[in-house]
Design a protein around this ligand. Structure first.
Ligand SMILES: [Zn+2]
Ligand SMILES: [Zn+2]
Length: 366
């Protein structure tokens, strides 16, 4: 692997070329959140007060799903402190923005800010990194999953994007709760439970059919939208021994109006260089990265990234390579031989290579 640098190394090189205003919080971003909130409340009122054709309910559910996702993207930047600096206000606004996705601000900051950003693509410490053969060897469940045909796995992996954020968030709660100071644990519990209490109260208020269109279907849509970004942020990149965002992150491109709706969430490499900077300024960061390190930077349209994700297995053979264990086909990762235009495996493991993986590999041969 070529020489790697930490995000701080890159940030120090880029920062002098940015205007001072880029390092200040941008409270005006809240106007977008307010618009999403008003549309969301209007959607609830229309569904609650009127008996309409189910097709109209589906249309409203789609709009609500877009609002839930948009608020989630804003919640992400609020909780990085790029909108307001006061901790209590940051957490309050972050809690409101993440309310539909049912993730509490304390848990999110622990899981995302303090762990994912600090240990990106570290197999052991990044809670969002995908497993390697080392993990597969120890997990009966993963062995079972990787015994399924590749296309079946890809289909379920993509379908599960509609629930992955909520499920992963619930898992993160169980993982990180014990790491909080005992005095703070009650607050973490309250932040996790309150959104669900309100959504279940809405179920009793609206009845199951209207609740499906007001909350459950929008939640699935929002999960899918946010996961289209999250699944392409790092999963095509290598695992890296140094947290180098140019090696381990991918910036996707989407139409300009989508960037407006999603608060520039597509600029993920830029975000890992400057997590404390408002995404409003990421186009400036991108221009500098492309000027200084064009050969290291990874960028592609979201649709192409999703196609490459579909065609590659989600299991690391080594830091730089992915493996399809059913057929021992080895694929490159971004910057390491993966061609998103024409995804195909680069080699098939020979017998002696297999022995080097582990003495245990017999359990995953088919
Ligand atoms: Zn990330
Ligand atoms: Zn972040």
């Amino acid at each position: 692997m070529k020489d790697l640098h930490t995000f701080g190394w890159y940030a120090a090189k880029v920062a002098p070329h940015l205007p001072k205003s880029a390092f200040k919080p941008v409270p005006a971003r809240l106007l977008g959140g307010l618009a999403y909130l008003l549309v969301t409340i209007s959607g609830f009122l229309v569904i609650g007060l009127f008996d309409l054709n189910p097709i109209i309910y589906v249309g409203i559910a789609v709009v609500l799903g877009l609002c839930f996702a948009g608020m989630g993207f804003l919640g992400h930047e609020i909780l990085h402190g790029t909108v307001v600096r006061k901790a209590w206000l940051r957490d309050l606004l972050g809690a409101i923005a993440f309310w539909p996705l049912t993730t509490g601000p304390k848990l999110w900051r622990k899981w995302h800010n303090m762990t994912h950003h600090q240990h990106t693509q570290d197999e052991e410490h990044d809670p969002d990194a995908w497993p390697s053969m080392n993990v597969l060897k120890k997990s009966a469940f993963l062995k079972w999953v990787y015994r399924l045909p590749f296309s079946v796995r890809a289909f379920f992996a993509f379908s599960s994007l509609a629930v992955q954020f909520t499920l992963h968030s619930a898992r993160m709660f169980t993982v990180y709760l014990k790491e909080f100071n005992p005095k703070k644990r009650r607050a973490v519990w309250v932040e996790a439970i309150l959104p669900w209490v309100s959504w279940i109260a809405l179920l009793f208020l609206l009845g199951p059919v209207k609740w499906f269109f007001a909350f459950l279907l929008p939640l699935l849509i929002a999960n899918f939208i946010v996961m289209c970004y999250i699944s392409t942020n790092h999963r095509l990149n290598p695992l890296t021994p140094v947290n180098d965002p140019l090696a381990n992150s991918l910036t996707v491109t989407v139409p300009k109006w989508v960037d407006v709706l999603h608060f520039n969430f597509s600029y993920h490499t830029e975000h890992h260089l400057f997590p404390g900077m408002s995404p409003k300024y990421y186009p400036l960061v991108k221009a500098k990265i492309k000027e200084f390190w064009p050969e290291r930077y990874h960028e592609m349209p979201m649709t192409k990234a999703l196609k490459a994700l579909w065609k590659t297995p989600r299991l690391y053979f080594s830091e730089n390579e992915l493996i399809e264990p059913r057929h021992n086909k080895v694929f490159g990762s971004l910057g390491n031989g993966l061609d998103p235009e024409n995804v195909s495996h680069r080699r098939v493991l020979e017998e002696q290579d297999e022995e080097t993986i582990s003495e245990d590999t017999s359990t995953i041969k088919y």
